[in-house]
Write a protein that binds this ligand. Structure first.
Ligand code: BTN
Length: 329
């Protein structure tokens, strides 16, 4: 019955600083005054603060600092987004969770988020630190049935669309380190993406886009080995951030980015976003290519999102996936 909670929370979000009358809310939602009161009491135990203003009703003055499903749904409703969203307290990996549900026949698209992951995965078999409940661990599950070739620029496009969203909505200007890192202005990693797909003969059957985005973590919230290299929206931005609102906005942005990709509208912005957010062009880098390091200077990307590298012999190489390292300064 978290739909009733989210309807109650929607009414408080709409009202802003004005008080909401319990009687009116009960009438509008078609439930008793006691039901509303009981729900408010339960929401209080979950971290919401409703302040009573004499005879006029209640005002919502504080919300939980961790993901709360009914609140994310209420925020999505305000943004007029109808995405299917589930928020778990804990799972091994939201990507694995999404893959299991797709395999068992659940309708797609849907989003799965978790407050914590016990086996969060990064690229190249790495671990994604997922202990801190003020960060986002999110997967978007899709069943696109598109030719496998069309998938090549997908992750890069999603990353660029996220950079544009964070720039426009949060005023946080990130850079994209090809192919899947989102970096703050100081070069620290703020988010990473992991796309996993199950392919039929020549079509993409199940597709899971995973995003780890650090939101309210401060340096001390990361394990010691990440403190010098990790950032978050709070560390890179200008003010207080409410994770449930950020989650809803990111869900809306990802849904839009996927729709643009699927409907072939993404090309309208792909190159201009790359120009604005790319962190590599003109830089000397080393790329691990099938286990061998290749050094060169990045020239840009091609239409499929492959990186163009001019190697030390002046030869132009196209790289569709790899791990880029920049020289230490
Ligand atoms: C990387 O930079 O190496 C990619 C990190 C991707 C992490 C996210 S967190 C949500 C989703 N579930 C996972 O297990 N991994 C991705």
């Amino acid at each position: 019955m978290s739909d009733l909670d989210s309807s109650i929370l929607s009414a408080f979000l709409e009202a802003g600083k004005s008080p909401v009358s319990g009687d009116r809310l009960a009438k509008e939602l078609g439930v008793s005054r006691v039901t509303v009161w009981t729900r408010l009491e339960r929401l209080r135990t979950q971290g919401f603060v409703f302040e009573a203003s004499t005879r006029k009703g209640y005002t919502l003055t504080s919300v939980p600092e961790v993901l709360h499903e009914a609140l994310v749904r209420a925020q999505l409703r305000r943004l007029k987004v109808t995405a299917e969203v589930e928020i778990m307290a804990e799972t091994d990996s939201t990507n694995s969770e999404a893959e299991r549900r797709l395999a068992s026949g659940r309708d797609a698209p849907f989003f799965i988020l978790a407050q914590k992951q016990t086996a969060g995965r990064g690229r190249l078999g790495r671990k994604w630190h997922s202990d801190y409940p003020g960060n986002l661990y999110l997967s978007l599950a899709l069943r696109p049935f598109i030719p496998t070739d069309r998938l090549k620029p997908f992750t890069l496009w999603m990353g660029l669309a996220l950079c544009a969203h964070l720039d426009e909505v949060h005023g946080v200007r990130l850079g994209l380190k090809w192919p899947n890192d989102l970096q703050a202005a100081d070069g620290r990693k703020l988010a990473g993406m992991l796309t996993e797909a199950r392919l039929d003969a020549d079509a993409v059957r199940d597709l899971v886009f995973g995003l780890g985005l650090n939101v309210t973590a401060k340096s001390k919230d990361f394990p010691v080995e990440l403190r010098e290299v990790a950032s978050s929206l709070v560390m890179a931005g200008k003010g207080a951030i409410e994770i449930n609102l950020v989650a809803a906005q990111i869900i809306a942005a990802l849904e839009r980015a996927w729709d643009d990709f699927f409907q072939d509208r993404w090309l309208e912005n792909f190159k201009s976003y790359w120009k604005r957010y790319d962190n590599l062009t003109g830089k000397a880098v080393t790329i691990q290519l099938r286990g061998k390091p290749v050094a060169g200077v990045v020239q840009g990307i091609d239409d499929d999102g492959a990186l163009i590298l001019k190697d030390t012999n002046g030869e132009r190489i196209l790289i569709s996936s790899g791990e880029v390292t920049l020289p230490k300064v």
